[in-house]
Design a protein around this ligand. Sequence first.
Ligand code: PLP
Length: 402
Amino acid sequence: MSKNDTSPENGTPATLRPRTRMVHVGTLRTGFDETCEAIFMTSGYVYGSAEEAEAAFATDGLRYVYSRFRNPTVAMFEDRLAAYEGAQRCFATGSGMAAVFAALMCQLKAGDRIVAPRALFGSCLHIVKNLAPQYGIETTLVDGTRAEEWRDALSRPANVVFLETPSNPMLDIVDLGLVCELAHAAGARVVVDNVFATPVLQRPLEFGADIVVYSATKHIDGQGRCLGGAILCDDKFAETLAPFLRHTGPALSPFNAWLLLKGLETMDLRVAAQTDAAQRIAEFLDGHPRIARTLYPGLKSHPQYELAQRQMGGGSTLVAFDVAGGKAEAFRLMNGLRIVKISNNLGDSKSLITHPATSTHQKLSDEDKAAVGISPASIRLSVGLEDAADLIEDLDQALARA
Ligand SMILES: *Cc1c(COP(=O)(O)O)cnc(C)c1O
């Protein structure tokens, strides 16, 4: 391996199709000529001489000097994901929340303002609603599905717009093109948490977003094995972000980077299969006598179906629905499932089901739950890699007993 090789492509032509590139881009081969990417479990690197160490620090970034800054296995993951997303740069982090926190806080200071939808992943909401104000940063929350609320919130200067689409857990869609235009006119950068859509189904950068963040724990690993995160951006933003990461240290373990790197090789295939299954399951649930409503961006009945069609390549791997009745019926359905497992995680090869009101969103007041569409009957299903027919039969038998 050339230790000076900082090219993100490493000889893999950008003209190749994404599926091909995800198997090869970023590979750094050592002198042992291994087929599979190596795991570099090392915190530091040695120098042949004091002069070499001096030169390494002088030409910052050209050599590996410490794994909090850079590591070859982590670099392979970053280069491969950057190539898929079409971003100039990718920075890996130890979890999705570390990515969200760094992407926001590296650029904000006291007196700045964030605009974000109310419908956000729980910890993301905690950062913008509770932590940011502690640092003197103002936060304005909007209903992310309403253009007039975005227009109003962005009619005065702002610094960051942070959003998630589809949102957790009720799969609201935010109009990326519109919000990016309004945000830029207000002087704000747009940070998109693209976890629910995945890079397979949605490319926020193409709609004008400035920064994309991932919990790689979800579909990028896709097999429920480890935590990880990533921030994708351009070279200019990297100048602000890189020192923040280097000095605050949310670094990804090389071992986890290797799992995520191998996850990228199959992500496209997995997400496509899971999305096909989710579409079939949503169609089965929609109109089922024991289901009060089904929310899936790939169903014509979704309130923002047209918008989802415009900005997403599929309805996603998640389905939200309300059972007829309330909490008791929702619990009976979940307890009656044989294949689908009860878990608050998502994006796994195993189908997982959760009751947001009593798990992921338990801490929200009843009023706040209602504001984002979570009722005692609401359920979020993350569709895995099982055969869709088996999942539908499992839901059908559990619904019969709910
Ligand atoms: C899971 C998740 C996160 C947090 O990621 P972790 O890897 O658990 O830290 C952030 N945003 C969304 C939308 C998520 O689903």
